[in-house]
Design a protein. Structure first.
Length: 73
């Protein structure tokens, strides 16, 4: 039973780390675009994604891919 608990905890930790890494990669891809195009936008509630989406034609290719991927979700 303890082994099962440890496996569950280890799996949860691994999944959380993977999710954070993806978020960090997405932030990295859009950092410059955000600072240039959406600097006054307060993070949270989807506001940054909405701002970047409105500026889609001006985004770098990497950030455009991130924005498009989130639009499909």
């Amino acid at each position: 039973m303890r082994l099962l608990g440890r496996c569950v905890l280890l799996s949860a930790t691994f999944l959380a780390t993977s999710a954070m890494a993806q978020t960090a990669a997405e932030r990295s891809a859009c950092r410059t675009d955000f600072q240039k195009l959406c600097k006054g936008t307060k993070p949270g509630g989807g506001r940054v994604l909405a701002c970047l989406s409105q500026q889609r034609d001006q985004l770098s290719e990497a950030c455009r891919k991130v924005v498009d991927a989130h639009a499909q979700k």
